[in-house]
Write a protein that binds this ligand. Structure first.
Ligand code: FES
Length: 232
């Protein structure tokens, strides 16, 4: 691969194989932190993997060296066909307009992080965003949605509200559900399909690493249903 081409942070989906990562993207576990009621309330940064300029991440869910690929996809004849919509986020999104902030939602991108649920859920909170405390909770909960399914918008400026992430990849763990979750692309990493298609660049995206999503390459929450575990 040409190093000039590979220097910007890019994740390329290989046909029925792993994610090929270039551009010195930091890789670290990111754990869903819950409160006493079991609600998702914060992200906890955990083990950081040694820096590598390039690496390959398992997409079939069966590597013995997770989160990295060990070639098992070939032995199990993994079908990694990309089936997700390639339309830009806003063309797929439903809009809910509140008094001070608004919410856009693409349900098919849900990665089951559950940050949307506390305080009566963001779909309810958006209608009360004229109250400062509610507005803050709404913005925080929406921004913590790892997949970018949910985006909060400031009505006054028309701009999205986002955490400022550096380009990086999180390896999500969900101890409250006793499972491992998707790969969390943060900070505008270019995702390229196996056919060379360039997906829309976004601040938050979650990629399936259990192999079971029906909306590949994106996570659809199946990892929780099948009890996917990365015990590495
Ligand atoms: S990692 Fe979430 S569906 Fe595969």
């Amino acid at each position: 691969m040409d190093d000039k081409v590979s220097s910007s942070p890019t994740v390329t989906i290989t046909k029925n194989g792993p994610y090929a990562v270039v551009g010195n993207l930091p890789l670290a576990k990111q754990v869903i932190g819950t409160d006493a009621r079991g609600d998702s309330v914060k992200w906890l940064a955990d083990h950081a993997y040694p820096p590598q300029a390039r690496y390959t991440l398992c997409r079939c869910g069966h590597s013995s060296n997770k989160p990295f690929c060990d070639g098992t996809h070939r032995r199990i004849a993994f079908d990694g066909t990309e089936t997700a919509s390639r339309e830009p986020y806003l063309e797929q999104a439903k809009l809910m307009r509140g008094p001070a902030m608004s919410l856009t939602d693409v349900e098919t991108l849900c990665a089951f992080g559950r940050f949307c649920d506390p305080n009566g859920s963001v779909w309810s909170l958006v209608n009360q965003t004229d109250a400062p405390a509610t507005r803050a909770a709404f913005a925080r909960q929406t921004c913590d949605c790892p997949s970018g399914r949910l985006v909060a918008w400031d009505n006054a400026t028309g701009n999205p509200v986002e955490h400022a992430y550096v380009a990086s990849i999180g390896v999500i763990e969900d101890p409250a559900k006793n499972c491992s979750g998707p790969l969390w692309l943060r900070g505008g990493v270019q995702l390229v399909g196996a056919d060379g298609f360039k997906y829309e660049v976004r601040n938050r995206m979650t990629l399936c690493r259990c192999g079971g999503s029906q909306n590949k390459p994106f996570c659809d929450g199946t990892h929780a249903a099948i009890g996917f575990r990365d015990d590495g």
